[in-house]
Ligand binder design. Structure first.
Ligand SMILES: [Mg+2]
Length: 224
């Protein structure tokens, strides 16, 4: 006979692995993109073209296979150059980092509740080294996350399986079926689910995230 208690035990989360941007991190707004494009020498009417070029180069930058200088060298216009050590490269890196660092307070509250309830949390983010360092230096990161795993540090982006394996290793190899993986990109969630993790496609609903984190366990009851 399956009792409620044994069901709760079977379903109890051992750990949760969370994407950063689009889950805890809020996407940059148009003002951020416009400012970054202008800093890189693009005309205001060309911000959309800048964004397209930015994302075309981002995969390699997130994976850590090209340097910050190389990333920006292909994105500069108006005759600008930004060699290593230059004020412009520092300004571009700073602006590019800062625009990804705003967090959603509602999601933060949910993660604090999960943390108080004792669920180990691991951050798994496709992010370049500069952003990784900035996120690791925040109070919320130091408080909430047992470990952080960034693509540029491991040399591979989600949805490659090695990214999830690195996160599971960081979490101490919990049972995948008792590990929640939350991400705002469906392809990342599908890849996690194919490896046996409890995939959850986050679409901006912090209450639903809270339900996913307490699913089957009741472990957060009284903490939210
Ligand atoms: Mg994301």
């Amino acid at each position: 006979m399956t009792t409620a208690a044994s069901t709760a035990h079977r379903d109890r989360l051992e750990a949760a692995i969370l994407d950063y941007n689009g889950v805890l991190g809020i996407h940059p707004g148009s003002a951020h993109w416009k400012a970054l494009a202008e800093l890189a020498g693009w005309a205001p009417q060309d911000v959309k073209a800048f964004q397209k070029a930015f994302w075309q180069r981002r995969t390699a930058y997130d994976e850590g296979t090209i340097t910050t200088e190389v990333f920006w060298s292909g994105l500069l216009r108006s005759g600008l150059v930004a060699p290593p050590g230059s004020p412009l490269l520092a300004a571009l890196t700073h602006a590019d980092t800062q625009m990804w660092t705003t967090v959603d307070p509602a999601v933060l509250d949910v993660l604090h509740a999960a943390h108080r309830a004792g669920t180990p949390l691991v951050l798994l983010s496709n992010a370049p080294l500069a952003l990784a360092a900035a996120l690791d230096s925040t109070n919320w990161c130091r408080t909430l996350f047992t470990k952080t795993v960034y693509s540029a540090r491991i040399g591979v982006n989600k949805p490659h399986r090695r990214a999830y394996e690195a996160a599971l290793a960081a979490a101490g190899w919990p049972a995948p079926e008792r590990t929640l993986f939350a991400d705002d990109r469906a392809d990342n969630v599908e890849a996690a689910s194919s490896l046996g993790l409890r995939g959850y496609h986050f679409t901006g609903d912090a209450d639903e995230l809270a339900r996913q984190l307490i699913q089957g366990a009741g472990q957060l009851a009284g903490h939210l």
